[in-house]
Design a protein around this ligand. Structure first.
Ligand SMILES: NC(=O)c1ccc[n+]([C@@H]2O[C@H](COP(=O)([O-])OP(=O)(O)OC[C@H]3O[C@@H](n4cnc5c(N)ncnc54)[C@H](O)[C@@H]3O)[C@@H](O)[C@H]2O)c1
Length: 429
């Protein structure tokens, strides 16, 4: 069968709840790539090649193998609680150079975020100046559902993915209100305080049959109600907290130290960043969400319960300091105290001068395209194989895998499982 005879992938709507630095860097980057001005480094869906099963010497582009929607067929939209169009927000984010921004300005200016929903209880340092009139949580959810339907109609998309990219909310674990659809719906009507705005976006998205991606550390879809609803609606969910800078390096390095059976006495990580995310995380309650997701990785990789003499006394500390002069150009330092033969101590120092949103944007692109493809292939509920992209991967059950190499294998296995249901490429080759 020729490629033209195959079913073309559908146009895809990507709705971003929170249109700050990571969201606008994604949209601007997709537009710059469409115009041939830049290359989408960091995105597997745009660059990776894969060997179809039984053909180890052949390589096909991953996008073709999974019949992924092309960049020209993506329609972006979203919500924000602060004013400005996509261009204004990209300028305010301060991530991209003026020359590149000028080239993509017309496309960004067309994106006018819809009014969002805000609750200062969950985001204590941000004032909402573009918020919906509804004050009841159930009515807010219904208004978001209407937004999704209108967006799909206006942009003529049958399928849409909603991505939670808003500021980190305060830490909130699942409680009685999050146990079932019936209870959650009644609780929204009662304006139950343990229902955060991000959960209302998630509930609305799933009700409208959209996949949901949680790019932030909050526990938005790690709730029984969301899993139940996702399965019922045939929607995938994934999260949480994009694995970008320091944790990415940690999950590459720590497995190697462990494979060599070297000990670890301490791992001290500190960061300075001056973007909106940094300002939000200056609030200890919001940092608690981040800390939970940042600390978990090492413990899972090192298995101190199995190797107590190597890792039982590890002192692992993570700090983030808001430091405005750096903007989005985060700098991180890691001091790693390792222990070698006969207990002799050694140190590794890492100084990573990264760009937060430049690392995050390609992950968002991959997550949007892969979640949509998985949904078309009939997968719903938690997509744990997307753990490769997250600091604190959501799982169907049990503990998450953190080792980047193992996560990559899991991803490849999922690609092979999905491919026959998505693209005849694998079958025809
Ligand atoms: N930058 C990274 O590398 C990275 C990595 C992992 C996770 N994250 C997470 O992604 C999220 C966004 O990061 P960012 O750097 O773009 O932050 P940002 O501060 O630049 O943008 C957040 C945007 O969300 C909006 N917002 C807040 N609450 C909202 C609500 N209820 N509804 C709609 N909009 C809302 C804000 O007005 C702002 O425009 C943060 O939670 C952050 O922790 C970022």
């Amino acid at each position: 069968m020729s490629k033209s005879a195959e079913a073309a992938p559908p146009r895809l709507g990507v709705l971003l709840a929170g249109m700050g630095a990571i969201s606008t860097t994604l949209i601007a980057g997709v537009e710059a790539t469409r115009q041939g001005l830049a290359r989408p480094f960091g995105a597997l869906t745009q660059l990776a090649m894969i060997a179809p099963p039984g053909q180890p010497k052949q390589r096909v582009p991953l996008a073709e193998y999974l019949n992924l929607t092309g960049l020209e067929d993506l329609a972006f939209g979203g919500w924000d609680i602060n004013p400005g169009n996509g261009y204004d927000m990209a300028v305010a984010a301060g991530v991209l150079e003026p020359l590149l921004l000028a080239a993509v300005r017309p496309a960004l200016e067309k994106i006018e975020p819809m009014p969002g929903i805000h609750d200062p209880q969950y985001l204590r340092r941000t004032e909402g100046r573009r918020v919906k009139a509804e004050t009841n949580k159930y009515e807010q959810a219904e208004a978001l559902r209407a937004d999704i339907r209108r967006f799909k109609q206006q942009h003529q998309v049958d399928q849409a993915v909603v991505m939670w990219c808003g500021s980190t909310e305060v830490f909130l674990p699942a409680g009685p209100a999050h146990q079932s659809q019936r209870i959650f719906e009644a609780a929204m009507k009662e304006n139950e305080p343990t229902i955060a705005p991000s959960m209302i976006y998630a509930w609305a998205a799933l009700q409208e049959g959209c996949g949901f991606v949680n790019a932030t550390p909050t526990l938005t879809v790690d709730m029984p109600v969301m899993i139940e609803l996702a399965k019922q609606q045939g929607c995938p969910v994934s999260g949480k907290d994009l694995k970008t800078g320091q944790t990415l390096l940690k999950t590459i390095l720590a497995p190697g130290i462990k494979q060599r059976m070297l000990g670890l006495a301490g791992w001290f990580s500190t960061n300075i960043l001056g973007n909106g995310d940094g300002a939000t995380l200056d609030d200890p309650a919001a940092f608690r969400s981040k800390e939970e997701s940042k600390l978990s990785a090492l413990n899972h990789i090192l298995q101190p319960e199995l190797y107590p003499e190597l890792y039982g006394k590890l002192s692992h500390q993570v700090k983030i300091n808001y430091y405005p002069p750096r903007g989005d150009n985060k700098e991180s330092w890691d001091n790693i105290d390792i222990v070698g033969w006969l207990g002799y101590p050694m140190q590794i120092k890492i100084n990573f001068l990264c760009r937060d949103s430049i690392l995050a944007a390609p992950l968002l692109l991959d997550l949007a395209l892969l979640s949509a493809a998985a949904q078309r292939a009939g997968e719903s509920g938690v997509l744990d194989w997307l753990g490769f992209y997250f600091k604190s991967p959501q799982t169907r059950q049990g503990q998450p895998e953190h080792d980047l190499a193992v996560q990559h294998q899991n991803l490849q296995q999922a690609f092979h499982r999905l491919a026959p249901r998505l693209a005849p490429v694998a079958a025809k080759a």
